[in-house]
Design a protein around this ligand. Structure first.
Ligand SMILES: Cc1ncc(COP(=O)(O)O)c(C=O)c1O
Length: 417
C-alpha cells in the first residue's frame, strides 16, 4: 500500500517521469515524440472566449467574488437542467451552486471541508475507485484520512462496488469519490447504479463526490448524471442530501487553461465548500466567469468537440481491432488497454517509438487484497488531431503487437482480469 502521508505518492506523472528519465525517445528519423500520456485537449475553445474576457477586462482589478456571479450560477443551473432533464427547482442558483476554478480544486476542497469536525478515534475513511484520478487520494492524505481503494475492473464493468465493503469500513467513511464517465476506463454508471450509491451514502452517513467532468465527451448516448438519480429520491434539499457533483469547462469546451467549473449539490455541502475555498482557494476571476457563462450556454462547440473525439475513436477501432481488449468507452477520451505489463509497455513504447503513455499501475494502487488492478494496462489519451492520433496508435501496434491483424492479447482481457 502506498504511504498515505505522502501527497506525491499518488502522482502519476512524477512516477512516469522517473520511469522514463534518461531514456531517449526512439523515433524514426524525421519524426517527433507523441505524448499520449496527458489528458489535455489539443483543440481550441471558441473564439468568443477571448472576446468575453476582453469585454470584461475592467474587472481584473477586482478580487474574484467567492461565490461567483448570479449570471454564471444561472448559466450552470440552466445547463444542468437541460443536460440532465432535471425537475424545475431541484437546483437553486444561489444555494446549490459553487463556482470553481476547475473540478480538481473543488474535489480537493470538498473533502477537506467534509473532514472538518470528524471526531472518531480511528482516522476517517475515504472510498476511492481503483484506478482513480490522483487528486482523490491526495485529498484523502491532506485531510488525514485513510484511503480505501475499491477495484473497478473488467469483472465489474470498470465501476467500483462500494456496497461490497464491510459495514465497519462503510460506517467509518466520511467521503466517497465516483468518477463517471471514469478516468481512465471511460465507464459510465447508469441512473440506477448512481441511485444505489446515494442510498448507501445516506445509510452510512458519508458524502459522495460525483466527478462528472467527462460527462460531455461521449459518442451517441449522453451518460447519466448523479443529479438525475438524486431527483428520484425526493424534492428540493431532501433529494440532494449527501450529494455533490462536479463539472468543468476543461473537457466540455477544451478550456483547461481557463480554470472554470462548478459544484452542485446540497446547500450545507455547498456552504462548507464555499467556506473552505474562501480560506484557501483562488476563486474564479470575473472575466473568466463572463467567458464561462457563455460557454455553459453554447452547445455547438461542444458538439464539434464530440465529433473530434468520435473520429479519434473510429481511428482507434480501425487500427486496434480487438487487440489489447480495445473497447469504445462510454465517455471521456482515454483508451485503457490491456498490454499484459503496463510499465514494461510504457518503457518499450518510449524507447522504441517515442510514444509516451501512462502505465495503468500509476493511476491505481495495490488494494487490501494485494492486487493492483491497473498493472496490466496503459492509459492512452486520444486528444490530438486525427493524423497524430493515427500515427501514435500505429506506433503502439507496431511496437506491442508487430505483425498480424488480430493479436492474441485480447484473450487476456476476455478472461476478465
Ligand atoms: C477524473 C478527473 N477529474 C477532474 C479533473 C480535473 O479537471 P479540471 O480541474 O480541469 O476541471 C481531471 C483532469 O484531468 C480528471 O481527469
Amino acid at each position: 500500500m502506498a504511504d498515505r502521508r505522502s501527497l506525491q505518492a499518488f502522482h502519476p506523472f512524477a512516477k512516469l517521469n522517473s520511469l522514463l528519465d534518461g531514456i531517449a525517445p526512439g523515433c524514426a528519423p524525421g519524426s517527433e515524440p507523441i505524448l499520449l500520456s496527458i489528458g489535455e485537449p489539443k483543440n481550441q475553445p471558441p473564439a468568443f472566449v477571448a472576446e468575453e474576457i476582453t469585454a470584461a477586462a475592467d474587472t481584473w482589478s477586482r478580487y474574484p467574488p467567492p461565490h461567483g456571479t448570479e449570471a454564471y450560477r444561472s448559466a450552470c443551473v440552466d445547463w444542468l437542467n437541460r443536460r440532465f432533464a432535471l425537475p424545475e427547482g431541484l437546483i437553486a442558483e444561489e444555494r446549490s451552486i459553487q463556482p470553481l476554478p476547475g473540478s480538481r480544486e473543488g474535489l480537493f476542497f470538498a473533502l477537506l471541508a467534509a473532514a472538518q469536525g470528524y471526531e472518531g478515534d480511528a482516522p476517517p475513511v475515504v472510498l476511492i475507485p481503483n484506478p482513480f484520478y490522483h487528486v482523490y487520494a491526495g485529498a484523502a492524505v491532506a485531510a488525514g484520512a485513510e484511503p480505501v481503494f475499491v477495484p473497478a475492473t473488467a469483472a465489474n464493468g470498470f465501476l467500483p462496488d462500494f456496497a461490497a465493503l464491510d459495514t465497519a469500513t462503510l460506517d467509518r467513511a466520511i467521503f466517497c469519490f465516483l468518477c463517471s464517465p471514469s478516468n481512465p476506463q471511460g465507464a459510465a454508471a447508469d441512473v440506477e447504479a448512481l441511485g444505489r450509491l446515494i442510498d448507501l451514502a445516506r445509510r452510512h452517513d458519508f458524502v459522495v463526490a460525483f466527478d462528472e467532468c467527462y460527462a460531455e465527451i461521449y459518442d451517441r448516448d449522453a451518460p447519466a448524471g448523479a443529479l438525475q438519480a438524486a431527483a428520484l429520491t425526493g424534492r428540493g434539499e431532501v433529494a440532494l442530501d449527501r450529494v455533490l457533483v462536479f463539472h468543468s469547462l476543461s473537457k466540455r469546451s477544451s478550456a483547461p487553461g481557463l480554470r472554470c467549473g462548478f459544484a452542485a449539490g446540497s446547500a450545507d455541502l455547498i456552504d462548507g465548500l464555499d467556506m473552505a475555498l474562501r480560506v484557501g482557494g483562488a476563486g474564479v476571476p470575473l472575466p473568466i466567469l463572463a467567458a464561462g457563462t457563455r460557454l455553459w450556454r453554447e452547445e455547438s462547440h461542444v458538439e464539434a468537440n464530440r465529433a473530434y473525439y468520435r473520429e479519434n475513436f473510429a481511428i482507434a477501432e480501425r487500427l486496434l481491432g480487438n487487440r489489447f481488449g480495445f473497447r469504445k468507452p462510454d465517455g471521456g477520451f482515454f483508451l485503457w488497454l490491456d498490454v499484459g505489463d503496463g510499465e514494461a509497455a510504457a518503457v518499450k513504447l518510449w524507447r522504441e517509438a517515442g510514444v509516451r503513455v501512462v502505465p495503468g499501475a500509476y493511476v491505481s494502487e495495490t488494494d487490501g487484497s494485494g492486487d493492483n488492478p491497473g498493472k496490466p494496462y496503459i492509459r492512452v489519451a486520444l486528444v490530438y488531431d486525427a493524423r497524430t492520433t493515427a500515427e501514435g496508435l500505429k506506433r503502439i501496434v507496431d511496437v506491442l503487437a508487430p505483425g498480424g491483424t488480430q493479436a492474441p492479447q485480447a484473450a487476456t482481457v476476455a478472461a476478465g482480469r
